[in-house]
Design a binder for this molecule. Structure first.
Ligand SMILES: *[C@@H]1O[C@H](CO)[C@@H](O)[C@H](O)[C@H]1NC(C)=O
Ligand SMILES: *[C@@H]1O[C@H](CO)[C@@H](O)[C@H](O)[C@H]1NC(C)=O
Ligand SMILES: *[C@@H]1O[C@H](CO)[C@@H](O)[C@H](O)[C@H]1NC(C)=O
Ligand SMILES: *[C@@H]1O[C@H](CO)[C@@H](O)[C@H](O)[C@H]1NC(C)=O
Length: 519
């Protein structure tokens, strides 16, 4: 038929094309003699120097840093460095107690005079004014979201475990890992392993040293500098030993991040800020028992809405060791940067949100006492929605209870004949394994008390599988050890480290998981 003939011709052409395709493509699937691609045949092939690219800062960024650094140096406090009384002593008032709302801020500064305080106030005011002028010039790539961390050589293996845990959640956000300088740079890690996990190394000294007058940064100061110099607008900062239990991308799209632009997490202890900090910053005092102090293993920050806060954070950390660390954290519990984030937002009048759900201790019972090795931190979205009650004389409990949903009149409640169930406590999203570091090459070597009983029996770190599944939805510890094995066996499947980890995994997650255990 006339109508059908073009159709027939097309069919023949199609079949022909398909045959051709099969012949051409099929040859790829036929057995071949293996020919290595040219790159692999050259003994020392060149790797693209990705770190050099990611550590190149453009003129805008360099000019901004020059201005910020000189503003910081101009706002140097003109008084002697502060001293805190008996820093190492554990004070009972460092215990957080919301039922004592009128507790005073601890007074532990030694020989602190009004003159010192005035000098600090003037310097602070100078920086506050500079921050207002500099804020519009802050350089970042608008609309970008990513994760930032710092890792020196010592923490790099720990970080690679965290990074793999992050990727196992399905999170694809780019990661920038700040290293101090080129002496900490390792080609394999930075230019091969990291890029394969959508992460890249950034050498901080490349930008920081563009100003010759600033002091070399110290331990705690790297965190805020890495946030400052990361290219992302929306930043999740994670310590190298912290990782999420599920994909954290969603945290950027929900309150409190979208409403506040700065989200922090609580530590186990009370605030130990000196009242003088508030005088110096010229802001009202925050009650000592208003909230827990901050645990800065994780932090969310929107550089666009928190510009001035970010610049004040840099200032507090730059003058941290001499002035602001003693002012902001007088306790024995982790002096350092932890209190510089919320206080900076307060000082410039910007919003901030600290997760109210208390941190959870990860660890296990060992010879009759609990041994904590890590911290579990709640999902901020769930925390915001849950709206944890502040404990008080009419609501001494720390969580919402079924009875809080009851009709105020007991008779009516009874007649209503119903039971309303209080919402579930917010589940954790971040795990900050800050005590027992998970360096695959070391974690099992020293026969630590957590993974081994005194008699040598191997053991889980965080208690039972059932508890873990109930709290986090799946056995995170099991996944963690798979990842430790992956990282520990990456270079050499036959290494002692690899064998040791695999033996531990087999023992603890193999047969031990299948029996009723006494713990
Ligand atoms: C990458 O560049 C930096 C700085 O220019 C250099 O120190 C480093 O050795 C380079 N790495 C490689 C693998 O060429
Ligand atoms: C310089 O870098 C910043 C941050 O990565 C970026 O936002 C900006 O657009 C860059 N400026 C120029 C002129 O390339
Ligand atoms: C376990 O605790 C008991 C009593 O508290 C103590 O006597 C013993 O030395 C502890 N064992 C180890 C191995 O620390
Ligand atoms: C309350 O409700 C339950 C089921 O919803 C019913 O079995 C029970 O009889 C009711 N009690 C009263 C006192 O109405």
């Amino acid at each position: 038929m006339l109508i059908n003939s073009p159709h027939c011709i097309w069919t023949v052409i199609r079949i022909g094309a398909i045959l051709l395709l099969i012949v051409t493509c099929g040859s790829y699937f036929l057995p071949h003699r293996y020919d290595a691609p040219p790159a692999l045949r050259i003994p020392s092939f060149r790797v693209a120097n990705l770190t050099e690219t990611s550590s190149t800062f453009n003129k805008t960024v360099v000019a901004f840093w020059q201005e910020l650094a000189s503003a910081i140096l101009t706002a140097q406090p003109l008084c002697e460095p502060l001293k805190v009384l008996d820093e190492s002593i554990h004070h009972p008032e460092d215990h957080f107690d919301p039922l004592e709302p009128y507790r005073k801020h601890p007074q532990r500064l030694v020989d602190f005079t009004d003159d010192d305080e005035t000098a600090l106030l003037r310097a602070h005011y100078a920086m506050r004014r500079s921050a207002l002028h500099l804020a519009p010039k802050l350089a970042f790539a608008k609309g970008t979201t990513g994760i930032v961390t710092t890792a020196d050589t010592h923490y790099m293996p720990v970080f690679l475990v965290s990074l793999r845990m992050l990727r196992r959640t399905g999170c694809n956000l780019p990661v920038e890992v700040f290293i101090d300088d080129w002496s900490k740079y390792d080609t394999t890690t930075c230019d091969i392993v990291m890029p394969s996990l959508n992460a890249r190394c950034v050498v901080l000294s490349n930008i920081y040293n563009k100003n010759k007058l600033v002091k070399k940064p110290d331990h705690y100061q790297y965190k805020i500098l890495s946030i400052l110099f990361s290219t992302f607008q929306h930043v999740l900062f994670l310590d190298s030993d912290a990782f999420p239990a599920y994909d954290p991308s969603v945290l950027f799209t929900t309150p409190p991040y979208t409403t506040h632009g700065l989200v922090t997490w609580p530590d186990f202890f009370a605030l130990t800020v000196s009242e003088h900090f508030y005088h110096i910053a010229g802001i009202p005092e925050e009650p000592a028992s208003a909230r827990f102090s901050t645990e800065s293993g994780q932090l969310l920050l929107n550089k666009d809405t928190q510009r001035e806060s970010l610049l004040m954070m840099v200032y507090y950390n730059y003058y941290g060791p001499e002035y602001y660390y003693p002012l902001l954290c007088q306790g024995s519990h982790g002096a350092g940067d932890k209190e510089t984030f919320v206080q900076a937002a307060m000082a410039v009048g910007l919003p901030w949100y600290q997760v109210r759900t208390a941190p959870g201790a990860l660890g296990r019972n060992w010879n009759g006492t609990f041994r904590g090795i890590g911290i579990a931190q709640a999902d901020p979205g769930l925390d915001y929605e849950y709206g944890l009650p502040m404990r008080s004389h009419i609501h001494p409990g720390a969580l919402w209870e079924n009875k809080d949903l009851a009709h105020p009149n007991a008779k009516i409640e009874k007649a209503l004949n119903r039971t309303r169930i209080a919402p579930r406590k917010p589940r954790p999203v971040f795990i900050h394994q800050n005590i027992l570091k998970l360096d695959p090459g070391k974690v099992l070597k020293d026969k630590n008390d957590i993974t081994f009983e005194p008699d040598g029996t191997m053991h889980r770190m965080w208690g039972s599988k059932e508890d873990m599944e109930k709290q986090l939805g799946y056995d995170v510890e099991r996944r963690l050890w798979d990842v430790i094995a992956e990282e520990g066996c990456r270079l050499d499947q036959g290494s002692e480290t690899c064998k040791e980890i695999r033996a531990y995994v087999r023992e603890v997650f193999g047969w031990m998981d299948s029996i009723d255990r006494p713990w």
